[in-house]
Design a protein around this ligand. Structure first.
Ligand code: F0G
Length: 459
């Protein structure tokens, strides 16, 4: 096999992308308060903001859309989706939701009370936000090695099981209505979690009677890493690895916008009969009837097909190699990227690029801004803007260990030549890193400020 397996597809539909000039981009950035979430997408040349809902659907998915059954209740499309969900995840019950955070919201609304705590290896922003918005506490208990951007270990998303046990003892299991693990760990560099760690985490949760839920957005990419890296899994089919992973849990939430390669959709799966009744009631109130959950029949069909495509071994070999290509090319050019690379994104270590910019001046946000101005590339900050928070006891700001710029790669969208262009732009931007002075916040929302905050450049 070549070092970087070729795209296992050819292109049938194309969408033009627009180039802008530097002066235009400088003006557009100033107008949107240096927050790339507030740019118009048509003003972006290469959009690496997210891998969520931005993938290219296959001809089989588009064909399935024509077969969507739009019946209000009991649609054929629901049963097609159910077949895929049952075989891959193997939980007793499931409901579709319109996306991942809707599944989180429904789950937390029936399980979480103010003052409760939810541990995770690392919560992503919406999970964190959904817990905090309900008066809960979201606790990150990832192994310390994750804080080292360059520690070359195979499963840097692993939970620190000893820390988890201590946390449960200190908090009291009665204050922990559920425990989670996120595969792959998006907030910490897209790093995978090993099967051994999932098993050990489940064992601890269950010993204390705590239900265990997997945040499964990128479960297929995680299964591929297990197959490639974990002893004993090299000859196991990905479906079997997925079945084993979910067999340790009591349920999962999933944003299907990632590994099911759809533009919209999510899932909430669980085993407990009583909990399922409460979930259904909440779903009816907020999302829709349990056989469509806020989606149309055609969305359910596309998800059913996409779940299988996202778990396909040839597709995943290409997917992981495509991302690795970008990471390796950047590293060759001397760009400090989190190592080893994950599956859905490459992460630049902003503190290494801008050692002269302190975290309260948002170095990662400053690089995001510079990359757009330099080459029309939209990336996203996963650092102090997104994750810094006030300590509830002392009121002091707590900054995250990692200050990252994420270059998220939409599935089946950009070619290797697009990635080469990204490398050129990043390199050119970082050659002038000394001139970057950081940012300050002009306005921010009380929760999840990164989506809407406005900034000014520090000069
Ligand atoms: N959990 C993880 C680990 C995620 O990465 C996301 C979304 C969600 C939950 C929520 O899913 O967007 O469908 O509501 N992550 C996207 C991203 C937005 O850019 O990483 P959603």
């Amino acid at each position: 096999m070549p070092a970087f397996p070729l795209e296992p597809f050819r292109i049938k539909v194309v969408e033009p992308i627009r180039t802008t000039d530097r002066a235009e981009r400088e003006r557009l950035m100033a107008e949107c308060g240096y927050n790339v979430f507030l740019l118009k997408a048509e003003d972006v040349f290469i959009d690496l903001l997210t891998d969520s809902g931005t993938g290219a659907m296959s001809d089989a998915q588009w064909a399935s859309i024509m077969r969507g059954d739009e019946s209000y209740a009991g649609a054929r499309s629901f049963y097609n989706l159910k077949e895929a969900v049952d075989r891959i995840f193997g939980f007793k019950h499931f409901v579709p939701t319109h996306q991942g955070r809707a599944a989180e919201n429904v789950l937390f609304s029936v399980m979480l009370k103010p003052g409760d705590a939810v541990p995770n290896n690392m919560h992503f922003d919406t999970t964190y936000g959904n817990i905090v918005a309900r008066g809960g506490r979201a606790e990150n208990l990832i192994a310390d090695v994750a804080a080292d951007p360059y520690a070359d270990t195979p499963f840097k998303g692993d939970m620190d099981v000893a820390k988890l046990e201590r946390f449960i003892e200190q908090t009291g299991p009665e204050r922990i209505p559920l425990g989670m693990i996120t595969v792959t760990n998006n907030a910490g560099g897209g790093q995978p979690v090993s099967m051994a760690n999932i098993r050990a985490t489940a064992e601890v949760y269950h010993r204390y009677g705590i239900p265990f839920f997997i945040d499964a957005c990128r479960y297929a990419e995680n299964c591929y890493f297990i197959q490639q890296r974990e002893p004993g899994y090299a000859d196991r089919p990905l479906l079997e690895i997925a079945n084993e992973m979910f067999s340790y849990a009591d349920g999962c939430t999933m944003s299907a916008k990632k590994d099911a390669i759809v533009n919209i959709g999510g899932l909430l799966c669980l085993n407990d009969d009583d909990l399922f009744l409460r979930v259904q009631n909440e779903l009816i109130l907020r999302e829709g009837f349990p056989t469509y959950g806020g989606l149309s029949g055609r969305d359910l069909e596309a998800m059913a097909v996409g779940l299988w495509e996202g778990l396909d071994a040839r597709y995943l070999a290409y997917r992981i190699a495509h991302t690795r290509y970008l990471a390796e090319r950047l590293r060759e050019e001397g760009v400090p990227v989190v190592w080893p690379p994950g599956a859905h994104a490459v992460f630049i270590d902003a503190r290494a690029v801008l050692p002269h910019v302190p975290q309260e001046r948002f170095p990662a946000q400053a690089i995001v801004t510079a990359l757009y101005i330099e080459g029309g590339i939209r990336t996203v900050e996963l650092g102090s803007v997104t994750f810094a928070h006030r300590d509830p006891q002392t009121g002091a700001m707590v900054y995250p260990d990692l200050e990252l710029v994420r270059l998220a790669i939409p599935r089946r969208v950009y070619t290797q030549r697009h990635l080469d262009y990204v490398v050129e732009v990043v390199k050119h931007t970082l050659d002038h890193a000394d001139a970057i002075r950081g940012m300050r916040i002009v306005w921010e929302a009380p929760l999840m400020r990164h989506f809407t905050a406005r900034f000014a450049l520090v000069t």
